[in-house]
Design a protein around this ligand. Structure first.
Ligand SMILES: NC(=O)c1ccc[n+]([C@@H]2O[C@H](COP(=O)([O-])OP(=O)(O)OC[C@H]3O[C@@H](n4cnc5c(N)ncnc54)[C@H](OP(=O)(O)O)[C@@H]3O)[C@@H](O)[C@H]2O)c1
Length: 266
């Protein structure tokens, strides 16, 4: 595993395991499998209704707590200071942990700054190792950082070869915020796995188009959290550190950029 360093010195695994839509006993088994295969970051959210199985899987895995990086996100029902504060305690309880490695505001709510006050307090108390945001576009990010006090360590956003958001990445980087991609495989909105350019480049390295798509993001300094319930795909998605794309490969992949969200979120 390779790591990126957040603006407060905390190390973030470059490839993590996404858990959207993974629940119950089967979901817990997937998370355990991912940990066994070498994933060290698990991405969950209150909205996913699965923090409890993440907590259970981490406990059952036998890994020391500090070997695993847990990200979770607080969402709409907890958008004022008091509710955000209570929400942090609820996540800690569900995750069965004394601290969360990274807590994000799930979306740019109007009261994001108010929520962030609760985040900052919990951060100072050692309940959170890093704090950040998700789904903030350039305009909302710039407004937020003017008065947030602690620069968000991470902004987790839609990012894939069809909409990498490198302009957003540059703005984040200029302030010290790291970008993390969700939907690195477009959540199935495009058949990224049959994309001719990615297949062609993959053939040179003995890699799949999915691995090339992830590598493109990683080489742009963007962390990823692909999700799969299939063991062989989990293995494939983490096996992306033994080759490098050339500048010509990067330029070819860059031509896939459609410059618009596939989700209409920004
Ligand atoms: N912050 C936010 O607002 C936000 C929004 C969305 C997602 N997220 C986070 O980001 C994570 C990743 O996004 P996502 O799960 O929505 O989408 P994704 O990672 O782009 O795509 C997941 C889909 O790709 C398939 N897949 C995975 N690896 C594959 C491979 N090697 N070959 C072929 N198919 C493969 C999976 O199917 P199988 O499972 O059947 O293998 C699943 O259908 C989420 O799980 C969640 O943790 C955050």
């Amino acid at each position: 595993m390779e790591y990126l360093t957040l603006n407060n010195g905390v190390k973030l695994p470059m490839v993590g395991f996404g858990t959207w839509d993974i629940r119950g006993e089967v979901g817990k088994r997937c998370i355990l499998e991912a940990l066994e295969l070498g994933y060290r970051l698990i991405d969950t959210a209150q909205m996913y209704n699965n923090e409890d199985i993440v907590g259970k899987a981490v406990k059952e895995s036998g890994f020391a707590r500090d070997e695993i990086f847990i990200t979770t996100k607080i969402y709409r029902p907890n958008t004022d200071y008091k509710r955000a504060k209570d929400g942090i305690e609820r996540s800690l309880n569900k995750l069965q942990t004394d601290y969360i490695d990274l807590l994000l505001i799930h979306e740019p709510y109007d009261s994001a700054l108010e929520m962030y006050e609760a985040f900052k307090e919990a951060y100072q108390e050692g309940k959170l190792r890093a704090i950040g945001i998700s789904n903030f576009d350039i305009r909302k990010y710039k407004t937020f950082v003017k008065s947030c006090g602690i620069i968000p360590a991470v902004n987790q956003v839609e990012s894939h070869v069809y909409y990498p958001q490198l302009d957003l990445k540059a703005v984040l980087e200029s302030q010290g915020t790291l970008m993390q991609s969700w939907a690195s495989f477009t959540e199935g909105r495009r058949n990224i796995f049959a994309e001719p350019i990615l297949n062609e480049i993959g053939a040179k390295y003995g890699k799949t188009s999915g691995q090339i798509a992830l590598r493109y993001l990683l080489e742009n300094g963007i962390a990823v959290i692909p999700k799969s319930v299939h063991r062989e795909r989990m293995e494939e998605n983490i096996d992306v550190f033994d080759f490098e794309l050339t500048s010509e490969d990067m330029e070819k992949i860059g031509r896939l950029n459609e410059k618009r969200s596939l989700f209409g979120w920004y």
